[in-house]
Design a protein around this ligand. Structure first.
Ligand SMILES: [Zn+2]
Length: 355
């Protein structure tokens, strides 16, 4: 680990500064980013920086930490990923790869990835299936789940979060309105491995989180995610079947944010809801591997702050995601959660206990 940090510290500090948008003059000086500087007061010497105006000084890692408000591991990883230094494996880090989503070849994606969904042909009949499906679940049936997570009362109604009381009744009602083909291809019904009779993709007690479209599909339910009612149950969640592209989940607060403003990108709907409740406009990707190029492109108009889980897997994700935003010409910053919160839900619980 020490060797890794030595490598990071020996990266040319002026190149690091330039990556951070600090213009270095030919006399190895720059306008200081830490105080209201008129003449270049920041100088670089022995691969360290020092400001004669405000006294700030340090190494490559300190510079990144101060400018981007990161902790040491994130600042080091930020530099490592830009200068080809391998990031050592950390405990509990789960490998992940950004893959292009599997899209069923015969089916259009039911959901456009983001606000700019121009040109994407959507199967609005699927939306009708999802809307009918949600309308068959009782309006207040998600409140218990919402309360357990520390969310305010009424959130289940605002976001139409509902639970399944009887899969049999739901399937019967859906079959009255839609053909078996549509129910299967929309991913609401699934076929068992033994090719037996199709069944509802989620069981009794599952919590259903509908994802509404933005842009041309504003307000329509474009995707469904079910969450296991058992806190430790596996799988934790299950989406419509069929390998559809997973869209972004926009909180209501995020939908109101004008382009150019800060937008928080988190992983998972509960974290987005927690962030919104804590006053941060958030959008959620449904799993780190759902961050497709189309989704990144749809987020480019905003200033993205990446706020994945505060563990090494989350950190590795954030650094890799920041890199991909940069490849598309935008700078996404990595956001640290205050205190020792593991994620947004944890932060919400801590905040509620203190208040
Ligand atoms: Zn200064």
């Amino acid at each position: 680990m020490t060797e890794y940090y030595q490598k990071i510290r020996s990266v040319d500090i002026q190149k690091v500064a330039e990556y951070l948008g600090i213009a270095v003059t030919k006399w190895n000086k720059a306008i200081c980013p830490f105080h209201d500087d008129k003449d270049p007061s920041l100088s670089f010497k022995n691969n360290r920086y020092r400001c004669f105006g405000c006294g700030s000084k340090g190494s490559t890692i300190d510079l990144v930490m101060e400018v981007l408000k990161m902790d040491i591991p994130n600042a080091a990883a930020w530099i490592a990923s830009r200068f080809g230094i391998p990031i050592p494996d950390r405990k509990n880090s789960r490998p992940f790869a950004f893959t292009t989503q599997k899209v069923s070849p015969t089916l259009p994606s039911p959901a456009a990835a983001g606000k700019s969904s121009g040109g994407v042909k959507v199967e609005t009949q699927y939306f009708e299936v999802y809307e009918t499906f949600m309308s068959l679940l009782a309006e207040n049936s998600g409140e218990k789940w919402v309360k357990q997570r520390g969310f305010p009362e009424g959130l289940a109604v605002t976001y139409s979060i509902r639970s399944i009381y009887s899969p049999t009744l739901v399937v019967a009602a859906l079959r009255e309105k839609f053909s078996e083909d549509i129910l299967l291809s929309s991913g609401v019904l699934a076929v068992p491995k033994d090719k037996g009779a199709p069944y509802l993709n989620w069981g009794t007690g599952w919590i259903m989180l509908p994802i509404r479209g933005v842009g041309e599909n504003e307000g329509r339910i474009v995707f469904l995610q079910g969450r296991n009612p058992l806190p430790e149950g596996k799988p934790r969640f299950k989406e419509i079947s069929g390998g559809f592209q997973r869209p972004l989940f926009w909180t209501n607060a995020a939908k109101e944010i004008p382009e150019g403003e800060d937008l928080i990108l988190v992983e998972g709907i509960p974290d987005a809801l927690a962030a919104e409740y804590l006053g941060y406009p958030a959008v959620a990707i449904l799993g780190v591997e759902a961050l497709s190029d189309a989704i990144i492109r749809s987020l480019l108009p905003w200033r993205i702050k990446l706020a994945a889980d505060m563990d090494s897997a989350g950190r590795i994700f954030s650094v890799a995601a920041a890199e991909r935003f940069e490849e598309m010409g935008r700078f996404a910053t990595i956001m640290e959660l205050p205190s020792d919160a593991k994620d947004w839900n944890d932060l919400l619980k801590q905040t509620l206990n203190i208040c």
